[in-house]
Design a protein around this ligand. Sequence first.
Ligand code: ADP
Ligand code: SR1
Ligand code: MG
Length: 408
Amino acid sequence: MQYKELNVDSMLGFIQNLETIKKYFGSDELSVAEIGDGNLNYVYIVKSLQNPKKALIVKQAVEYLRCVGEEYALSRERMSFEIRALKIFYEYLPSFVPKIYYENEDMSLVIMQYLDEHIIMRKGLIEKDTYPKFSEHISTYLASTLFYTSSLYLQSDKKRELIDEFNKNTQLCKLSEDFVFTTAYMEHDTNDNENVNLNPHAKRLFEDMEFKSKILNLKYKFMTQTDCLVHGDLHTGSIMLNKDETYVIDPEFAFVGAFGFDIGALVANLVNSYIHHSVVTKNEEFKNYLLKTIKDVLELFEIKFLELWANQKESALLVDGFLDEVSLDNFKLEFMKNILRDSIGFAGAKIARRVFGVAGVEEIRGIKDKKLRGEAEVLALKIAREFVMKYGKIDNIDEILEIIKNAG
Ligand code: ADP
Ligand code: SR1
Ligand code: MG
């Protein structure tokens, strides 16, 4: 099938011919609206007029980067990686990943479950909503997706097949290499230059060679580690949830990368929310909730990951009996500490990139009051710098919480 960029007017003509869609909506009349608020793609909601509870999401990739414009070409192949990753993650965790109803790689399009009772987590946290099951859910998601796609579970041939399948996601990996690890720390056209040009903290950051050298180490890890299949963009804008359920959407950046990358992205965005509430609402109770969430997620992740590992005696890495019990336990402890350390390094980069880089986050760049936004940026740079400078020496989760609390 030939690719065609759809829009609100042409959508129905396309989807009404699809058997699965006919089956889902029957003879209902349908409405279409575009609801995408992400940086890259177009997202439509198709609803039955007779029964508005019946609805599906259609997501299509276009041949450019939406948030920059048509002049920034970007291969729509990213949707193929999103579809493949959604299917793999759904296989392990059907209750945390939206169900796919139809997929078409030629059209760079997927039709999936509409999460109608869920909110984008970033927005919920700005409103001080709390999610009592979130830490349990996301730690299960992280432990399972990272473990089951790693050499601790897979045999060598399967792991290499996974690497081959996903490491062709070159353009989005390059986007992260550029936007997470490079351009946000130097003069660059894509930065938020209105802020950069007036802000002494930008000059200071761009000249901070100690920090930038550490960022280079993290970039190298990002580019070369092939631990497991990561989501690749697991910020709080990629999580939709409510008090009872948690879904992870939008894995178009998926590739076989470092264990710590998704965990780091999540921690970074919980910290961004903490910064928002430190400066804007000054709500200590909610700040403590965010700190506890970070602690719980990191602790539960480690417990669950080790549980999965304990049940897997043979893998690409390990042959049963290769190490005695004590040595194996020590090996695992060291292994988990390295994941924690890398997660915090990546979290630092992910916080810092949002200050002057191409795509800010609502909880910081969206602060209307210029003085308060400036305070939030200073706090973000302070925590990010501590994370990036110290990640290699972090020994436990409490040290991470101390860094956040001591910053302000
Ligand atoms: P992008 O790839 O451009 O970042 P996203 O996948 O993040 O796009 O989707 C953009 C927005 O569309 C989300 O912030 C959310 O509001 C909405 N959305 C995406 N998928 C769903 C879904 N399955 N159910 C409900 N809303 C969704
Ligand atoms: C210009 S693309 C900017 C960012 O949006 C995505 O969500 C990723 O985080 C990417 O780096
Ligand atoms: Mg996205």
